[in-house]
Design a protein around this ligand. Structure first.
Ligand SMILES: [Zn+2]
Ligand SMILES: [Zn+2]
Length: 213
């Protein structure tokens, strides 16, 4: 983890990240620190923003297969957020992100390229750096930071198409987020979205928490 103030943003070259310095700084502030995962999310988010535009409402939906750092950059740059209901979490533990545009059904799944069954990002691209990092003792903060900065830079400098493959989404377009009525839980008396209420054996409607007790 690197605080943004400790990280000097550089120019990422002809094939690298084209986002403005201000935009990258905003993503870092949103996430709280700069890390390898966020750098991956910045590249995916930048690509999506260019291909699909920023989703002000929920015209674009994202289904993410991880809940790691990268997702924060995607939320910020693509406008697919948990609160708007256009961010869906699929708990697969994969560094893969699908996007669906409602207006024309355009859909893609962005995932790291697989070469010789080794994920390109965690494999060849960062291999020598992660090997160096493993050899360091945890007290060597300065050196840890330098290596992590190099990993981040490598992700931001590399051609997007060299790192990621773009294929059609594997799942169908997620349903539109709907607003449901809320009703009182008969035990805790808090209001609960109707689709989350559970009817117990006595016919009382309970929230998930009270139903567990
Ligand atoms: Zn992070
Ligand atoms: Zn309750």
């Amino acid at each position: 983890m690197i605080h943004s103030k400790m990280f000097i943003l550089s120019d990422y070259g002809a094939v690298g990240c084209k986002l403005s310095r201000e935009m990258i700084e905003s993503v870092i502030s949103f996430h709280g620190h700069f890390c390898v995962g966020l750098a991956i999310g910045i590249r995916v988010g930048e690509w999506v923003r260019r291909e699909f535009g920023f989703s002000e409402d929920e015209e674009l939906v994202s289904a993410v297969e991880t809940d790691m750092c990268a997702v924060d950059a995607i939320q910020y740059l693509a406008g697919c957020t948990f609160g708007k209901g256009n961010l869906i979490f699929l708990d697969y533990g994969k560094n893969a992100y699908s996007f669906f545009r409602r207006s024309d059904n355009k859909n893609v799944r962005v995932a790291p390229r697989i070469e010789d069954s080794v994920e390109f990002i965690s494999g060849k691209l960062l291999f020598d750096l992660s090997e160096q990092q493993k050899k360091l003792d945890s007290g060597n903060i300065m050196q840890q930071t330098l290596i992590r900065n190099s990993m981040i830079n490598r992700i931001l400098e590399t051609d997007f198409d060299q790192m990621f493959s773009i294929k059609p989404a594997k799942i169908s377009m997620p349903e539109k987020a709907r607003i449901h009525k809320s009703y009182q839980c008969s035990k805790c008396k808090e209001r609960v979205m109707s689709t989350r209420l559970i009817k117990d054996k006595d016919g009382n409607y309970l929230c998930k928490e009270c139903n567990k007790e």
